[in-house]
Write a protein that binds this ligand. Structure first.
Ligand SMILES: *[C@@H]1O[C@H](CO)[C@@H](O)[C@H](O)[C@H]1NC(C)=O
Ligand SMILES: *[C@@H]1O[C@H](CO)[C@@H](O)[C@H](O)[C@H]1NC(C)=O
Length: 318
């Protein structure tokens, strides 16, 4: 089992939400948020909202709620006009996931990492140095809870070395109530957006797969992005660390990673121009010399190809 406990570097304590402001949805008469209560109920106690009627399949939205910037699909154009300089991407992503995990933890909202982020966790509990996005999931009670109590809330964090800190926006797609995978335009249920850079994390909800359950699979789960799971793949969640803050990990993480990326994804130590150093436990960028050697080794499947269609050995000779 791989559950190392890295040093916290003091970050978990340093990052603390210092202000939560709430913008009410336009035209909504009722006050649903933090202005009236400091401590919203734990998400399990808002279970009645689970009964909220899903729109019928005939009402599949024709509009995409979340929009990405024209310059990069991992940036929100409302908050930026350009991508970050390359060397800033990983530090910003690191703060993005730290503040997200810290916030979800402090409001009692169940979330865990998945896909590429889970694979990078498997190696060294850190974001891959070549990553430009992060993947998190939440359970269905959590999406209702966030939509009801935390939609469009700002979360301000003081971040060491960042003057004035940064503010993050939690935004829930109103089409989260449409459960159908036919809603191709709204597969992302929520976003955690860094208002200083426009970088964001996509949040997807994992829900009971009602159709499959009716066909005799009582554990079936699904996301609108068409990923399917069994309850025992994900629950009970495990505790670990990611980017030095506490994180939840799906129960059957190795099986999930093998299924999504192949078993070699957990053993292959050369990837995306980086080598995983057993000693430092980090993905180190290839030096020029190393690149030259590797390029030579890879030449094997780059041999000159004969032109023409004649086979070298005629089948009736064999
Ligand atoms: C992006 O550029 C436009 C046009 O120059 C400007 O109006 C807008 O404020 C800029 N947005 C941000 C987030 O910097
Ligand atoms: C969240 O708030 C935004 C901005 O007011 C709104 O457009 C969106 O519909 C809201 N989402 C939900 C789930 O109510």
């Amino acid at each position: 089992m791989r559950f190392p406990v890295p040093s916290l570097l003091g970050l978990y304590g340093v990052l603390s939400a210092t202000a939560v402001s709430l913008v009410l949805g336009e035209g909504e008469g009722e006050v649903t948020g933090l202005e009236t209560q400091d401590q919203p109920p734990h998400f399990l106690s808002v279970r009645p909202s689970l009964a909220k009627g899903y729109e019928s399949e005939a009402n599949i939205p024709t509009k995409k709620y979340f929009t990405e910037s024209s310059f990069h699909h991992h940036y929100d154009g409302r908050f930026a006009n350009s991508t970050l300089p390359e060397e800033k991407v990983i530090p910003y992503l690191s703060n993005l996931i730290q503040t997200y995990l810290e916030t979800m933890n402090s409001i009692g909202a169940e979330t865990w990492i998945m896909h590429g982020s889970l694979l990078s966790w498997w190696w060294n509990q850190k974001i891959f140095p070549w990553d430009n996005d992060l993947d998190v999931q939440i359970s269905e009670p959590t999406i209702h809870f966030l939509a009801d109590y935390y939609n469009f809330t700002d979360h301000h964090f003081e971040i060491p070395g960042v003057e004035g800190g940064r503010t993050y926006l939690l935004e829930i797609n109103p089409n989260y109530v449409v459960k159908s995978t036919k809603d191709r335009l709204n597969v992302i249920d929520g976003r955690w957006i860094d208002k200083s850079s426009g970088l964001f994390i996509d949040i997807t909800a994992v829900r009971p797969d009602d159709d499959k359950r009716k066909r005799g699979y009582p554990e079936a789960l699904m996301c609108k992005d068409r990923h399917h799971y069994d309850e025992s793949d994900i629950f009970p969640l495990r505790d670990s660390y990611y980017e030095d803050v506490p994180v939840k990990i799906p129960y059957a993480y190795a099986a999930l990673l093998a299924e999504e990326y192949g078993a070699a994804s957990m053993t292959k130590t050369d990837f995306q121009g980086h080598h995983f150093s057993d000693e430092s436990k980090i993905w180190e960028k290839y030096s020029r010399k190393m690149k030259r050697i590797l390029r030579r080794a890879w030449r094997g499947d780059d041999l000159p190809k004969r032109s023409g269609t004649e086979p070298l050995i005629r089948m009736d000779d064999v």
